[in-house]
Ligand binder design. Sequence first.
Ligand SMILES: Cc1cc2nc3c(=O)[nH]c(=O)nc-3n(C[C@H](O)[C@H](O)[C@H](O)COP(=O)(O)O)c2cc1C
Length: 401
Amino acid sequence: MSNLENKRIVLIVSGGIAAYKALELVRRLRDGGASVRVVMTEAAQRFVGQLSFQALSGEPVHTDLLDPAAEAAMGHIEIARWADGVVVAPATADFLARLRAGAANDLASTICLATSAPILLAPAMNQQMWQNMATKDNVATLIKRGLRSVGPDSGAQACGEFGPGRMAEPVAIAAALADLFVPQTLSGIRVLVTAGPTHEAIDPVRYLTNRSTGKMGFALAQAALEAGAEVILIHGPVSLSAPSGAAAIAVVSADEMFHAVMENIKNIDIFISCAAVADYRIESPATQKRKKNDTSLSLTLTPTRDILKSVTAQSMPPFAVGFAAETENLLEHARSKLERKSLDMIAANQVGVKGLGFESSDNELHVLWKGGQQHLAKAPKEVIARQLVGLIARVHGQKES
Ligand SMILES: Cc1cc2nc3c(=O)[nH]c(=O)nc-3n(C[C@H](O)[C@H](O)[C@H](O)COP(=O)(O)O)c2cc1C
């Protein structure tokens, strides 16, 4: 079932060239099971006629703030209260500026100010307008206030230019809107996620590491937050921003990650071990930078402590999910790790394949647990993360009941 089923969506259309694409968005939202009421700015009505939106939504289109008939029943407040979600598509530069300023000088902006429903923006404009500091600043402020944004895409523009500013495709906008209504399957659950690589010092300037970017772990933290969990994210050195709402703890080495996890594991319900923690560290890192010379150099490696095993060895261990990144015999190795480390679930992914896993935006997982398994087909890591979190919530719920 789609997350949009039975949801009441207000679609605000502002006056950009992409307004015609909002017609298809109405179709997509209704296909997903949502009821749609369309509100158009004055400028939007110069681009597309009300009648098309009325026919596609099956509802009258709203345009006028100062309409005596509608306002006899406080129409603007009624629409704002009716909405489960508001989507602005296209969102013009002008509309974004008005939203940021808290303007209420037409029906569309007044509804945005008066609603308590989540708001999704789908900006669309000329690439220079999009890259202008004023627009960037407006969007960043709106996102900081909790609004969501999808797109814009990059490509050829109606004005003949090329660059970022094309409105996201209606199917992507509908998907982003559906994400606002993720079932709260982890409400009241405390989740600890580890992510990214670790750095094991060789000397003050060099280290051993691996190809993990942290993307999968960060996407899992985001998905767990969306499902209503309280999230702690312990991560190694990455160039990603932690999802807002997560308590993020940055560490560098495997040893630091071990301590950070052990200090925070108490009261955790679900532990997702996604970090690519080094198996070995340098036994005695040099305190000064090593100098190059013509002889070969041997480094002595010593095993790091096993974080997952230490977590599951506790007297009251959390529901533990491990990752197995393998280059061969994927399922065999994953099943053995599931048993060996007393895990509740393991997500196995093939690494060393171009376009999947490390340094890639996509992933494909084989998820195994005691009593079941599921294949999550290749998809962007954000999508895989939501699927995996859904699965974790289900199997964790079964174990608890
Ligand atoms: C042909 C044409 C196309 C336009 N396309 C866009 C656009 O894609 N994005 C945008 O931000 N503004 C665009 N504008 C400017 C807006 O229509 C203008 O800023 C208007 O005041 C927006 O009003 P609204 O935000 O109340 O809908 C366009 C203007 C014209 C004349």
